[in-house]
Design a binder for this molecule. Sequence first.
Ligand SMILES: [Zn+2]
Length: 263
Amino acid sequence: MKSTMEITLSFHKMLRPLLAPSFRHQKTISHTLGRRTSIKDAIESFDIPHTEIGSILVNKNAVDFSYLLCPGDSIQVSPLAVPVDPCRKSFLRPNHLPHLRFLVDVNVAKLRTHLRMIGMDTLYEPNLVDSELAGLAMQKQCIVLSRDRGLLRRKIIEHGHLIRSQNPTEQLAEVLHYYGLQNKINPFSRCIHCNDLLQSVAKEEIMNDLEPLTKKHYEEFSRCSACNKIYWSGSHRKGMEQTLKQALQMHLEWMGAYSSLKE
Ligand SMILES: [Zn+2]
């Protein structure tokens, strides 16, 4: 005879929007398991990737993702506290990162440009399959940003975030807010094409590479040391400045909303 076990789960209200609609308004969910399973698998069976979890209590005791569930367990699942600092060791993530570095999935491609624009070290490998991306994240010690819950469920991805919005400016605001980047940004210091750092370059040195109007109207230039792309303070930069301004504004609005949701 197949044995089953009953458990109850309660997800923090900030995690509930990620649940299937039928569970979203339930404070406590009764769940039947067909076999003994880890808490990670049980939580993820509700479509919440482990990367979103900040703490798990089982019968009021903190456990990690490897905990094997027992009949009657009562589980409380909470999100990470914002701002999240992946460079600090935590109970669920003892392998903290040595630096802030992002790996952007192809489903949020524009986010890589925005993050590089604010100076964040951001990898982007659109031709890799999920298993390769997860491997790269581990090897390069990156935070994976994606809208793909399946990718973020992968065990070897320890640090990641499920991007909620489909709008690139909002996505930037989300990341900025979630990781508290507002004091760490260094706009226009990195190449948006290849992620390398920019160096300032004298106009005379690049004169022959400039279009006539650029030559006429601009004096200050920087150049990517890897791909040689030249940057200056033109209309393109104004658009990016506007994006950053909007993202910072959203962050400030969410700061207010967050303190009332925190509980
Ligand atoms: Zn470059």
